[in-house]
Ligand binder design. Structure first.
Ligand code: 5GP
Ligand code: ZN
Length: 110
């Protein structure tokens, strides 16, 4: 997806403040953090939204949650953290490459 911001970050065409990378996923600090720790975890392949996933994406989605846990451990978010997945315009999604927001670093308000 040549026009996708997060694909460009995966390709190294746009820099990011990386916190984790493996063959399938990349995690980096959000450019406009909403909490003391605000990291985005993305798969390296382009899937626009969770609503576009299907049964064949089950393994990737499960693996994404396991990767969230690893990243949260690396970031020492031991007291806890919040995950947000915005889905399509109505859910507030602005970048159409599926991603999980990992928020923490303080007691988060509801
Ligand atoms: P969404 O609203 O799509 O769920 O979240 C997109 C997130 O990407 C926003 O929190 C926004 O701050 C972040 N973001 C947008 N552009 C960039 C960028 O170029 N670099 C980084 N690191 N984050 C970005
Ligand atoms: Zn993409």
């Amino acid at each position: 997806m040549t026009d996708c911001l997060f694909c460009k970050i995966v390709a190294g065409e746009i820099p990011c403040d990386k916190v984790y990378e493996d063959d399938d996923f990349l995690a980096f600090h959000d450019i406009n953090p909403k909490a003391p720790v605000h990291v985005l975890l993305i798969p390296k392949f382009h899937l626009p939204t969770l609503a576009d996933a299907d049964e064949e994406d089950s393994a990737m989605l499960g693996s994404m949650m396991n990767t969230v846990r690893k990243v949260a451990e690396d970031l020492k978010l031991d007291v806890g953290y919040r995950l947000v997945i915005n889905v399509r315009e109505g859910g507030g999604q602005e970048v159409f490459h599926i991603h999980v927001h990992i928020l923490g670093g303080k007691k988060l308000p509801f």
